[in-house]
Design a binder for this molecule. Structure first.
Ligand SMILES: [Fe+2]
Length: 404
């Protein structure tokens, strides 16, 4: 490996002492394997070797796959850095020892850069400088070659360690990023959940406010039309049960509930003399009374949360056969809620006691309602009424004015 093309001047002190070279190599190996970081171990071993082999200086360099050379350890100053760098690059590219001369003032020194081979490529370079006057004893060559072989294995292992550490560092970095991301997601989720809960609370509060407003208006209507005590609450409950039978998905529709509760709000505009008149109304009085659906729609105009409820208020006196008012709508032209409402309204009226007649039984009211199916009432709504359990119906119509 070393070759003999350069004249070697034997060192008198070490000319014929192979045992000392072997001991130096052993020391080098032991020092290198003593532990610690690669660079520190390499520096210690190189310093011992330089002393034992009587070198002026020595250094170890790492060669990266992309050809960049970096110093790993050295035993002292190199006076001619440019010459050394050129020597290192030539050794890396030729993969063979490169001899050179180092000029230190008036003194000339010789040098050799030895490529360190591992896994089929040059992984490092061992550079040695010795006094030219004393020369590098040729018997050192086998030992230096063995030393270079050991160094090559160590350099390669250090390279692998560096790569593993770099990958570990990269993995840790990615993990930290993922953990930070997960933390952000958790915090965002918690914040969004809290916000959703606040919105749900606010929405529920708003719904409660709407209902309280509607109930307040309903109470105002009942207070004016005293003959219908508890009627609004009962009709609203009956209507809701009918919706549950006919369209279960709308069972909790607040707009239908509001419409049932407020259906007669237009009566607030009807004079008490007409509203509370004992005996039949005149044609003129009926004319005024029949305005209450339109008046009710007008009262609720401009209230966004009652927009759909207004359709029930306006159409609650329409009949299935088109004989109702104010528009004379027929069949499916009548809004869904207003098709249901008359059945609930009439059933409650029939089962309520009036000053001029006693309350009908549930069976009597059933019979009357059934007779008007397909004319005054939507037949499906009548059938739905007949499906309501008797005990549930009894509970609803048993509620009096105190629930209004
Ligand atoms: Fe009415």
């Amino acid at each position: 490996m070393m070759g003999t093309r350069h004249p070697i001047v034997r060192s008198p002190a070490r000319a014929s002492d192979p045992n000392s070279e072997l001991a130096a190599l052993t020391t080098f190996s032991t020092t290198l394997a003593a532990g610690g970081s690669f660079r520190a171990a390499c520096a210690r071993a190189l310093a011992r070797a330089a002393g034992d082999f009587a070198w002026h200086a020595a250094s170890v360099h790492l060669v990266r796959p992309d050809g960049v050379i970096g110093e790993a350890a050295n035993t002292g100053a190199f006076l001619d850095a440019a010459a050394r760098l050129a020597r290192l690059h030539r050794a890396a590219s030729t993969r063979a020892p490169v001899f050179g001369v180092q000029q230190d003032g008036s003194r000339r020194r010789r040098a050799v850069a030895i490529p360190l081979q591992a896994a089929g490529r040059t992984v490092g370079i061992l550079d040695i400088v010795w006094d030219a006057g004393e020369g590098l004893p040729s018997q050192q060559f086998p030992f230096i070659e063995a030393l270079a072989t050991q160094l090559a294995a160590w350099v390669d292992r250090a390279r692998l360690t560096d790569e593993l550490e770099a990958r570990l560092s990269e993995t840790m970095s990615i993990r930290q990023q993922l953990e930070a991301y997960a933390r952000d997601v958790r915090e965002t989720f918690a914040a969004e959940k809290e916000r959703a809960e606040q919105l749900a609370d606010a929405f529920a509060e708003l719904e409660q406010t709407y209902l309280a407003t509607v109930q307040g208006l309903a109470v105002a209507v009942e207070a004016k039309d005293a003959t219908t005590g508890g009627h609004l609450v009962r009709v609203a409950q009956l209507g809701r049960v009918l919706v549950r039978v006919l369209a279960p998905s709308l069972a909790d529709d607040e707009q239908l509930r509001y419409g049932f509760l407020l259906h007669d709000i237009g009566k607030l505009t009807v004079p008490d003399a007409i509203l509370r008149k004992q005996g039949p109304l005149s044609d003129a009085e009926w004319e005024i009374m029949r305005r209450h659906p339109a008046e009710g729609r007008r009262i609720l105009e401009g209230i966004p949360f009652l927009e759909q409820a207004r359709t029930i208020v306006y159409a609650h006196h329409e009949r299935w056969d088109g004989q109702g008012y104010p528009l004379g709508l027929r069949g499916d032209e009548i809004p869904f809620g207003a098709r249901i409402f008359p059945v609930a309204d009439a059933f409650d009226a029939m089962t309520s006691e009036r000053p001029y007649r006693p309350a009908m039984t549930i069976e009597q009211a059933f019979a009357e309602t059934r007779c008007a199916a397909g004319t005054q009432f939507w037949a499906d709504a009548v059938e739905a009424l007949l499906e309501i359990p008797a005990d549930e119906l009894a509970t609803i119509i048993g509620q009096g004015a105190e629930h209004a």
